[in-house]
Design a protein around this ligand. Structure first.
Ligand SMILES: N[C@@H](CCC(=O)N[C@@H](CS)C(=O)NCC(=O)O)C(=O)O
Length: 298
């Protein structure tokens, strides 16, 4: 439900992500997706909400009360979420979660080629100089796991209610943040971006990534989703698992993981989340991705 007017679902290209995504695009990814309210409809709802709030406030507080303050608060709540992102696994976790939640948000794409993520204004939002960042009102949140937890708590969704279920979801979320993401990320560095191909480093990170995929597979032999019901733990792991080819891995022999991947990939909100932000079309995609990835290495 992001606020840009462009249709993010119309693409026809083989595209790549900076962090390590390599996927086939179809012509019209919107088929089967539920119809979303038009900008005009949402604007009308917004005006209606604002008018209702003003009259309720004046009725309760009297005609001389500070209605403008109440409306400013409403305005802030209505325009509260801003996502700074790029088409990468860590960015997609958040756009998928926001689409699953069906909330309104604004997208601000960050251009890695211009190193926007290292500019002073961005470092004010995230001292680590990386995407994603979510700004809720005027409160910036960095680290995709922290953003997912913030969203799940704020909207009371995508996280089991019981203490054990919640803990289980957080465990699998941390497993992704501390394991799957960093290991696949390093596999990408040595397999894709490094000029010098070092077999020991490539094998080390690919072997460790594969081991982590096997851990997920064993868990998914026991349960449909990582923490029982579909949760932020699935979203976080899925966003990386789906990029396995870019890391030089396969899902061969990991049938439960493949079943889980396919089920999540088929969700309309996931389809929408993966189209955010819109990708810039490039002729020789893979090479440019590799060149930019190489330049980002520190
Ligand atoms: N642990 C961080 C990792 C964020 C991260 O590595 N983001 C990558 C894109 S997937 C990035 O912004 N790279 C740009 C850079 O390294 O300059 C998170 O989960 O948010």
């Amino acid at each position: 439900m992001h606020r840009r007017d462009q249709n993010p679902f119309l693409f026809a290209e083989r595209a790549t992500d900076w962090c390590g995504d390599h996927i086939e695009r179809r012509d019209d990814l919107s088929s089967g997706a539920p119809r979303r309210a038009s900008v005009n409809e949402r604007h009308a709802e917004y005006i209606e909400g604002k008018a209702k709030l003003a009259s309720a406030f004046l009725a309760e507080e009297g005609p001389s009360s500070d209605v403008n303050h109440a409306l400013d608060t409403y305005e802030k709540e209505e325009t509260m979420l801003t996502l700074y992102t790029a088409p990468t696994p860590n960015g997609h976790k958040i756009s998928i979660a926001l689409e699953e939640l069906g909330v309104d948000y604004e997208v601000k794409p960050i251009d890695f080629r211009k190193k926007e993520q290292k500019e002073a204004w961005f470092l004010e939002l995230n001292p680590n100089g990386r995407i994603p960042v979510l700004v809720d009102g005027d409160f910036p949140i960095f680290e995709s796991g922290a953003i997912l937890l913030h969203l799940a708590e704020k909207f009371d969704a995508l996280l089991p209610k019981s203490a054990e279920g919640r803990s289980r979801a957080i465990q699998w979320l941390m497993f992704q943040m501390g394991g799957v993401g960093p290991m696949m990320g390093q596999a990408n560095v040595f397999f894709r971006y490094a000029e010098e191909k070092i077999p020991f480093a490539i094998e080390r990170y690919q072997r460790e990534s594969r081991r982590l995929l096997e851990v997920l597979n064993r868990r998914l032999n026991e349960t449909e989703y990582l923490a029982g019901d579909y949760s932020i733990a699935d979203i976080a792991n899925f966003a990386w698992v789906r990029t396995y080819e870019w890391s030089g891995l396969t899902l061969d022999g990991l049938d439960a993981l493949q079943r889980w991947h396919d089920a999540i990939r088929a969700r309309p909100a996931v389809e929408r989340g993966l189209a955010i932000p819109e990708r810039i079309k490039r002729g020789d995609g893979d090479k440019k991705i590799q060149a930019t990835g190489r330049k980002m290495l520190v």
